[in-house]
Design a protein around this ligand. Structure first.
Ligand SMILES: *Cc1c(COP(=O)(O)O)cnc(C)c1O
Length: 480
């Protein structure tokens, strides 16, 4: 393309280009199930394809697009793939993907009311939907959309600290379990707490926070003149889907005047289903909750959310009044979201949430989540029927952990670890599925997170069958 200081295309060119992009995305939605969900490309291979100086001269628009289609979009993991079982999948949906294109196409600034009244309004409206789902006070409560769960957890901790400590947090202590997501520790370090201001409380055999140990830790800290500041409870640990006993934790927090934060980044979506709601009992008592709409609310990346019982806590924490924002202050009911979190310039995340729920209805979302919780239960039944596989952690909020451990063989723990590790490597490396391991009670186990409503029981059966025949091979190798 010729030098073009306005960085623009003609109307016709824009349309042609845009239709190509849409065609590419639709084709991807239509065919992703047949593609391998995992890219195995190495840095060397990628460098060979892409490494170059920033080109001074432009190229033909379609040539660049075709190059990207062929080389970039083919070497990615497909987190929405029905056999992407690992980490926390990103099931996404087409409406939200298009909504993101609209938000980006209009380049909506979602920071202040005056900048985009409707964008701020939709964030208020959709945050209210979430507050209601989680039985938080809708009028008094508030929240903000963030890039993801990590940023929501960070926002929560800064807010808790501001409310409970003011400026001096030198004596504050934060409690969490050994299953709490690493983003919390990262946030704690980022915002300037010292290592010795964190207590990692061991979990019990079900991976729940152990209360006696928590109570002991709090008592000890108080005796030492420290200030128990905040408890980070889990509602769906990443490893096992475990929910801490939130009602019990809320009692402790109340008694100790501690902030109760619940990290429900992936598990929060379960609130949409009957079974999930029961698991999450007590979440409504929290001061703040992290949820990740880009996980179990089926939104494309990036979208996290922090909910708080009182919206003033956010504005007390994050408001600054510089002179250059003077003219856009507005009145109090017209929320400037830059006053509720870290970012000033923010993309319009509420739009995708709004449009997808308006289009499909909450009902579809509820069905999707209930389906996944059932699918994990059915997967557990399948595995329990086999004499070669054992359940290490039962299906909980659509997460299940299991491992190869045949009852007719006395393998050592080390041999079992080796077999399971190799099964995972082979399954994932072959492009059959993404199924990686985690460590539970010092054992290497396979973990499935089944939150994609497009995963069928046949997908799961197919993968388990392949796992079985691979395990059999590795077992033979060990025995000969
Ligand atoms: C995924 C996850 C996070 C981190 O969220 P990001 O969106 O990846 O930043 C935090 N906590 C839990 C429990 C999670 O599952």
């Amino acid at each position: 393309m010729k030098s073009n200081k306005n960085l623009d295309l003609s109307k016709e060119e824009m349309k042609k280009y845009g239709y190509s992009v849409v065609d590419t995305i639709v084709e991807h939605f239509d065919t992703m199930n047949e593609k391998p969900p995992f890219s195995t490309a190495s840095r060397k291979e990628m460098d060979a394809l892409f490494l170059e100086e920033a080109p001074e001269k432009g190229m033909d628009v379609h040539e660049v697009l075709d190059f990207v289609k062929e080389n970039v979009l083919s070497e990615i993991n497909i987190a929405s793939h029905p056999k992407f079982y690992s980490f926390v999948p990103g099931p996404s949906n087409y409406i939200s993907a298009m909504a993101d294109s609209l938000a980006t196409g209009y380049n909506v600034f979602s920071g202040g009311w005056i900048a985009s009244a409707a964008a701020a309004e939709l964030e208020i409206v959709t945050v209210n939907w979430l507050l209601k789902l989680f039985k938080f006070p809708v009028k008094k409560g508030g929240g903000i959309f963030t890039s993801g769960g990590s940023m929501a957890n960070l926002t929560a901790l800064v807010t808790a600290r501001r409310q409970k400590c003011g400026d001096d947090f030198s004596k504050a202590v934060i409690y969490m379990s050994d299953q709490t997501h690493s983003s919390n520790i990262k946030a704690i370090r980022t915002i300037g707490f010292k290592k010795n201001q964190v207590r990692i409380i061991p979990t019990d055999l079900e991976f729940k926070m152990s209360f006696n140990k928590l109570k002991n830790a709090i008592a000890k800290d108080k005796l030492a003149g420290l200030q128990p500041l905040c408890m980070i409870a889990n509602a769906g640990t990443t490893n096992t889907g475990t929910v801490d006993d939130l009602r019990e934790i809320s009692k402790i927090c109340k008694a100790e005047k501690m902030w109760m934060h619940v990290d429900a980044a992936y598990g929060g979506g379960a609130i949409l289903s009957e079974k999930g709601r029961k698991e999450l009992r007590g979440i409504e008592k929290a001061d703040s909750v992290t949820i990740d709409p880009h996980k179990w609310f089926f939104q494309p990346y990036e979208m996290g959310c922090l909910l708080v019982r009182n919206h003033k806590w956010l504005s007390n924490t994050f408001s600054e009044k510089p002179e250059y924002l003077r003219d856009i202050e507005g009145n109090e009911s017209e929320i400037n979201f830059y006053d509720h979190g870290v970012q000033l310039t923010r993309r319009f995340r509420a739009l995708k949430f709004y449009m997808s729920i308006k289009t499909f209805g909450l009902e579809s979302f509820r069905e999707a989540v209930s389906y996944s919780i059932d699918l994990a239960d059915r997967t557990e039944d399948l595995i329990r029927k086999s004499k070669n596989w054992e359940i290490v952690s039962p299906a909980t909020l659509a997460v299940i952990n299991f491992r190869y451990n045949p009852i007719d063989q006395n393998f050592t723990e080390q041999q079992l670890d080796e077999i399971n590790q190799k099964v995972s490597q082979e399954i994932t490396g072959s492009g059959e599925a993404v199924l990686v391991t985690t460590i539970l009670q010092k054992q290497v186990v396979l973990r499935m997170c089944l939150i994609n409503p497009r995963t069928t029981i046949d997908d799961v059966k197919g993968t388990l069958l392949k796992c079985s025949s691979l395990a059999k091979e590795f077992r033979k190798e060990l025995l000969t």
